[in-house]
Structures are given as structure tokens and as C-alpha cells.
Design a protein around this ligand. Structure first.
Ligand code: C2O
Ligand code: CU
Length: 478
């Protein structure tokens, strides 16, 4: 049913278009008896932010970026009202949550776009504990600063740490006299004209500037950012996270950047990774780890005495410095904005190498159906797609409710892409559960999911520029 709407929805790269499928006002649903109701209004609006003395005009939820934390306990019922005070249509997508399809926030697929001045009520149950975030699913709006963290607590968790810090990473484009939309247009214009009508004849060798030599992820970004942020702060005026020496802290690290993979390290410490995208892993102690766009990592660390840099270094980018927060358990000198903790060049974890906790594994089962998902595209021309065509021109993947679906995902490009699935989680061949996975150039994964959440869902690259240029596909229930 959604196919026709999708075709109309994204008719050309870089245009959100007007969906032909309409949904109207969502029918209110009540919480079930005994469910706790969490209500909040999120106002998307133009704001002026002070980023370390630099004034930028942009868009955010409320008065700051990141926007306000939404916090609930697994099993709760959320009633979240989007108040659109932007001069543009928008939506909110609750990234990583296995929610009802109608609340997923994809215009043309699950709802109508929310017009300027209008409100929209999202109602859903949050089934799984974890670290999440939310953002619009319209164009490249995420890159303006429309993002905020979301934490779903585990009612059965014993605690086990003294403090919790939410750390949201971002690459910041505004304040440079341009907008994300203008940047996307320029990427497309600079990419030149396509020589063939589809993605079939892609020539990997012709991608200007691409190389395999840049590290484990190949080339990792299209956009040059002037600076990088932790919790909305630049490293010259960093967020300060304080605790007492010897305290055990849980870090919930969210990569809300649009085009930047980070390497994260805490100077003077090793971190123990406990969760990826909300799912428990066999605890793994590392010097540093990679985090792709849309990924979340939970780590615990016992803090030493002093002041330490929590650094997120943009992978493959040579300008714009790095993102940094200051961790302080005592007085003394703060590290400078350009500090390089030795942990950054220590043992750097690639998330897909983690092993799942027993409790997080999908029960073993042979797949009932298998589909192919080929990531394709290039910088020149700037064209990204899945299975031979950009979104709107590619055939949706289909699944039948109850099936174990295997998606043979292949990155056929020379660039890294974080592949993200809505409304479900999937398992890598190791059993690791996740909803976003970094795929290095030419890497492939057989990923398994249980089709237990009927609806029309997106699968896409979480490089927002790639996604908007067409690197998306729908997964529909037959
Ligand atoms: Cu954060 Cu469609 O995703
Ligand atoms: Cu991509």
C-alpha cells in the first residue's frame, strides 16, 4: 500500500516532496490499565544559541540543543506532543524504539508532515530499556540541532553505578553562513551529472577523493564542519561533568551527528562497554571505541582523582577540531581543547566485534525468508541508493508477520555507512543485537530480525545527507 506514496514522497534526491498518502489526525489511544503515563510537549522552533561565545541562529527543541531529555521506564506509555513553531514541515522519529508504526514519525509512510503552527501527538508504549534519541525525519533537519536524548530505564536493573552522564555528540554546521539544506544542494551540484539512469552500473573506481587507506572505515564524511560539540558545548567552553574520585559512572553516549563517525576516549581511563543501542553486551574493557551516526554506547568507568578530557575525535576529518567534555573529580588544571589522550591511539573497539549478553540474543532459528540490501552510490555524482535506485524509485523489501527475516546487507561503496532499521532490532552473525550498524567499504553482514511489529518501516543510512539523497528503502509487511 505504501509503495505509491513512497514513489511520490521522494521524487528527486534532496527533495522531501509531497506525500500522496494521507493519514489525518491520529486517533488517540489510551494507556492500558496499570501503565504509567509520561506526558511532555516538545517545541521545535528557531533559536539563537551561544556556542562558546559564537552566536548561531538555528532550530532546536526548546531553547537549546540537545533538546530536553525524555525519560521513562520500560513498559510506560508516552504521550509526546510535537509543537511545530518552525517555518517548515517537520516530524519526530523516536530512533531505536520498537514502537507502534503509527508513531514512527516518517512523513508519507506513517503520518502526514506536521505543518508550521500545528501540533501532533505521538502515543506509544516503550517496550525496551536503553539509550535512544529523537530527531525529525524530514530532509536534513537533524543537522540544524533538532535532536534530544531519550532514556528508557530498566525496571529490573540493580543500579550498580553512582552517577550517570548523558553525552550527546554532534557535528555543527550552522554559524558558517550556510544551512544543511544548502550544503546538500551543493554536494549534489558539485557531484556533477550522472552518466547512467540508475545505480546498476556504479563504478567504484570513479569516486573522487575516496580511498581505502584512511583507516578501518575508509572515507567517512562528505561535509566539512567548523566544530564539534558535546551536549551542545564546544571544547573551548566544554560541558563539565563532575563526580567524586572512585565513583563509578555510567556514560550514555549518543552520536547525533549527521555526517561524522567519532572515536571516543576518556583520558587516563579505560571504559567498560556494557550496551550497544540499548542491548546488553558481554562487558568489554577498551581504551576507545568508534561510534557511528545514530549509534549509542553505554559504558561504565571508575573515576580517578583529577581532571580528564572526554574526547570524541571525528574520524577522517582534518578540520574543525574535536568534541570534548571535561570530567572533573578534583581541582587542578583543565586539559586544553586540542588535547590528545593516549587512549585514542590505544585499543579502539569496533562495535560489531562485541559479543552479545545471553539475555540479548535472538533465539536461534533458521531464516524463513532472505532479502538482499545493497548500499550503492558515490560522491561524484552525489548519488546514493539501495538496491539499484534512490528511495522512491527502489522496490520496498517485504516480510510476512512472524517470519525470521535475513537481510543480506552489502556495502558496495567505498564509503562507510551506518545502516539503521526502524521499529525492530536486528542481530549480527555474532548474535549482537543492535538497530544501527557501521558498515565499512565493501563490508557485508547477514542481519536477522523477527518480523514482530507490523507496519511500514524505513531502513536507511544514518548519514543524513546520504539518506536524503536516496540511501533509504522501505520494509513493508505483506
Ligand atoms: Cu534516526 Cu530513520 O532515523
Ligand atoms: Cu551513507
Amino acid at each position: 500500500a505504501a509503495t505509491a506514496a513512497l514513489a511520490a514522497c521522494t521524487s528527486s534526491p534532496g527533495s522531501t516532496g509531497t506525500p500522496s498518502r494521507t493519514f489525518g489526525t491520529p486517533t488517540p489511544i489510551p494507556p492500558s490499565p496499570g501503565q504509567k503515563l509520561i506526558e511532555k510537549t516538545l517545541t521545535a522552533k528557531p533559536v539563537t544559541l551561544d556556542l562558546g561565545g559564537r552566536q548561531v541562529s538555528t532550530w532546536a527543541y526548546g531553547d537549546v540543543a540537545p533538546g530536553p531529555l525524555v525519560r521513562a521506564t520500560a513498559g510506560d506509555f508516552l504521550r509526546l506532543t510535537l509543537d511545530n513553531q518552525l517555518p517548515a514541515d517537520t516530524t519526530i522519529h523516536w530512533h531505536g524504539i520498537r514502537l507502534r508504526n503509527a508513531a514512527d514519525g516518517v512523513p508519507g509512510l506513517t503520518q502526514d508532515p506536521v505543518k508550521p503552527g500545528a501540533q501532533y501527538v505521538y502515543e506509544f508504549t516503550v517496550p525496551d530499556p536503553g539509550t535512544y534519541f529523537f530527531h525529525p525525519h524530514v530532509g536534513v533537519q537533524l543537522d540544524r540541532g533538532l535532536y534530544a536524548p531519550m532514556v528508557i530505564d530498566d525496571p529490573n536493573e540493580q543500579g550498580g553505578y553512582d552517577a550517570e552522564w548523558i553525552v550527546v555528540l554532534d557535528d555543527w554546521i550552522d554559524g558558517t553562513g550556510t544551512t544543511p539544506d544548502a550544503v546538500l544542494k551543493k554536494l549534489i551540484a558539485d557531484g556533477g551529472t550522472a552518466s547512467s539512469g540508475d545505480m546498476g552500473g556504479m563504478d567504484h573506481g570513479s569516486m573522487g577523493g575516496m580511498s581505502m587507506g584512511a583507516g578501518p572505515w575508509g572515507d567517512a564524511g562528505d561535509v566539512t564542519y567548523p566544530f564539534f560539540l558535546v551536549n551542545g558545548r564546544p571544547p573551548t567552553d566544554p560541558e563539565v561533568l563532575t563526580a567524586k574520585p572512585g565513583q563509578k559512572v555510567r556514560l550514555r553516549i549518543i552520536n547525533a551527528a549527521s555526517d561524522t563517525i567519532f572515536t571516543v576516549a576518556l583520558g587516563g581511563h579505560r571504559m567498560t562497554i556494557t550496551h550497544t543501542d540499548g542491548h546488553a553486551v558481554q562487558p568489554s574493557e577498551v581504551d576507545a571505541f568508534y561510534i557511528g551516526m545514530g549509534e549509542r554506547y553505554d559504558a561504565v568507568v571508575t573515576l580517578k582523582d583529577g581532571a580528564f578530557p572526554l574526547v570524541a575525535r571525528p574520524f577522517g576529518k582534518t578540520s574543525g577540531g574535536q568534541a570534548m567534555a571535561l570530567v572533573r573529580t578534583a581541582g587542578g588544571a583543565a586539559p586544553g581543547a586540542d588535547v590528545t589522550p593516549p587512549e585514542l591511539s590505544g585499543q579502539v573497539l569496533i562495535g560489531s566485534q562485541l559479543q552479545p549478553a545471553e539475555s540479548a540474543k535472538l533465539p536461534a532459528k533458521a531464516p524463513d525468508a532472505t532479502v538482499d540490501l545493497n548500499l550503492q552510490g558515490s560522491m561524484k555524482p552525489y548519488r546514493w541508493g539501495i538496491n539499484g535506485a534512490p528511495f522512491g524509485k527502489n522496490e520496498p523489501l517485504t516480510v510476512t508477520a512472524g517470519q525470521r527475516l535475513r537481510i543480506n546487507a552489502v556495502n558496495m561503496t567505498m564509503m562507510t555507512h551506518p545502516l539503521h532499521l526502524h521499529g525492530h532490532t536486528f542481530a549480527l552473525p555474532s548474535g549482537l543485537r543492535t538497530d544501527t550498524v557501521l558498515m565499512a567499504p565493501m563490508q557485508s553482514f547477514a542481519i536477522d530480525l523477527d518480523a514482530d511489529n507490523a507496519g511500514d518501516w524505513m531502513i536507511h543510512c544514518h548519514n543524513i545527507y546520504h539518506a536524503e539523497a536516496g540511501m533509504m528503502i522501505a520494509l513493508e509487511y505483506a
